[in-house]
Design a binder for this molecule. Structure first.
Ligand SMILES: [Zn+2]
Length: 512
């Protein structure tokens, strides 16, 4: 009876080792020996060592075993030659060494009858192939990188917010750097629609996000931050976006919100670069005389500090901030929601939301279709694998790619569905907000005050003759006024040179 040692191996070089599980290798070798009536003396297994040399711990033990049992071992069996070695020269040396110890090396899936001289050429080919493959891979960096990227691995220099690192298997990955929180902040702040891009960049620059104007622009457009990898078009391959394996810094929803703001789908309301609790209305008020922004400053006197809003250009427009604030809050107090308007407002909102929901339903349907397609694709691949038209490596690659694609699509669907119930909450909040503007505003934080101002008065306000006016018609106020809720749109003749629109509380109603 013939005797054999079986040897199995996987290395750290993941790309080269796809489709080789240690268990698979062992199973195949044991079955082979059973079928051929070969006695398996021992099994050696190396996990995580390069096959370019024979400096592998278990291979050393294997050699020791053979030396100690000289004459007992007839064969050393591997499934393929590249399990034995990926270096042709080292292979040939080792084969000779083993031959002197009475052991022949055989690859059961690449069998060679060595009594046929031509087969030596075949053997040389088998031994050389893994090495050629290694070299081609390292030369072919473009293809290699594209392949890696398609599998979701970002290769190349890490962008702001990430740093290059290695995973537990020593493969390149990108991980969050110290800048990641600032990147997240950039997306969150920009998504509010209250910042002009350059003002936001300068604000973040001060706290450590040292990026240029152009870099910041690209940063907000880079889907890498929400976990995607954009692969540029190359040769015949079109540009594609794949799900990455790196940890996102922002959610996909936030990323797309920012894209909407960038695309102008959402209005950007100007916000002053400087924020100061004393001047919440700075950036939302313009001078009634010249139309320039009002700014704030303070002066000391009479044992206290006094705060003022005044024209940036130097007109003598100047208001004590406490006065302006109380006037404004009183004005907000006059604006309250007419219950009859509630139903109309809800109907309008429902319309708007239904349109959006229609778009979303269509998108979900499309994604469902993509998911089905990918699943069908995998089914076909499985069939081919079973019938032997597709090898195991190819099948595993396909399976993994498809799983990644499906995961990406499933996430997107879940996200779309999760925004489904937003309508009622949104309108409930809006109606409550509009019914209690003064209360909401006076108790809000600076940030929320400015958010409210940006949302309700995107057109900017003018304070003149103890009246607040907007420079353009204001949708919300128009809606409230058309309900006869105590406000009247000023007549054209009354409009100032800024074409201001005032919403005046009549004295009669003031005294009610
Ligand atoms: Zn002015």
């Amino acid at each position: 009876m013939q005797t054999a040692i079986i040897y199995t191996r996987v290395s750290t070089d993941d790309q080269a080792e796809k489709g080789f599980s240690l268990r698979d290798q062992k199973d195949k070798l044991v079955k082979y020996c059973d079928a051929k009536g070969i006695e398996v003396l021992k099994h050696f297994e190396d996990d995580g060592y390069s096959a370019k040399t024979f400096n592998r711990p278990q291979f050393d033990n294997l050699l020791d075993y053979i030396k100690k049992n000289k004459g007992v071992v007839n064969k050393l069996l591997v499934i393929k030659w590249d399990r034995f070695s990926r270096n042709m020269e080292a292979s040939l040396t080792m084969i000779t060494k083993l031959m002197k110890l009475g052991v022949t090396v055989e690859a059961i899936e690449q069998p060679l009858d060595e009594s046929v001289p031509e087969n030596l050429l075949m053997k040389a080919f088998y031994l050389a192939a893994p090495q050629v493959e290694n070299q081609r891979r390292s030369l072919n960096t473009t293809n290699g990188m594209r392949k890696g990227m398609k599998e979701g691995r970002y290769l190349g220099s890490a962008p702001f917010g990430y740093k290059n690192s290695r995973d537990e298997k020593n493969r390149p990955v990108i991980v969050h750097s110290d800048l990641a929180p600032l990147i997240k902040k950039a997306f969150e702040m920009f998504a509010t629609g209250m910042y002009q891009i350059e003002i936001l960049r300068k604000e973040l620059y001060k706290v450590g996000l040292n990026v240029s104007r152009n870099q910041f622009w690209l940063l907000l457009r880079n889907p890498l931050y929400c976990g995607k990898i954009k692969i540029k078009a190359f040769g015949n391959e079109p540009e594609e976006i794949v799900q990455g394996i790196h940890e996102p810094i922002v959610s996909e929803a936030l990323f797309y919100e920012v894209q909407d703001v960038l695309a102008g789908k959402r209005k950007i309301t100007t916000k002053y670069a400087r924020v100061n609790d004393e001047y919440p209305m700075r950036g939302f008020m313009v001078c009634s005389k010249c139309g320039k922004n009002l700014t704030g400053s303070s002066s000391k006197g009479n044992g206290g500090t006094y705060y003022y809003y005044h024209c940036t250009k130097g007109c003598n427009e100047r208001f004590k901030s406490v006065n302006l604030h109380s006037n404004f809050e009183n004005w907000l107090g006059q604006i309250s929601f007419n219950p009859e308007m509630g139903s109309l407002y809800l109907a309008i909102m429902e319309d708007v939301f239904k349109t959006n929901e229609g778009d979303r339903d269509a998108e979900i349907k499309k994604l469902d279709g993509e998911l089905e397609y990918n699943k069908g694709f995998l089914d076909k691949a499985t069939e081919k694998f079973i019938t032997g038209d597709l090898d195991k490596d190819g099948y595993n690659r396909m399976k993994e790619n498809t799983a990644k694609k499906c995961a990406g699509i499933t996430n997107r669907i879940a996200e779309l569905k999760s925004t489904d119930s937003g309508f009622k909450d949104y309108t409930k909040y809006t109606i409550s907000l509009l019914s209690n503007l003064k209360q909401y505003y006076s108790t809000a934080s600076l940030e929320n005050k400015q958010k409210m101002l940006g949302l309700i008065f995107p057109e900017k306000l003018v304070f003149s003759n103890y009246e607040f006016q907007t420079i353009e018609p204001n949708e919300i106020l128009t809606l409230l006024c058309s309900a006869g809720n105590g406000f009247s749109d000023s007549k054209k003749e009354k409009s100032s040179k800024n074409a201001a629109h005032s919403y005046v509380v009549t004295s009669e109603e003031l005294h009610q």
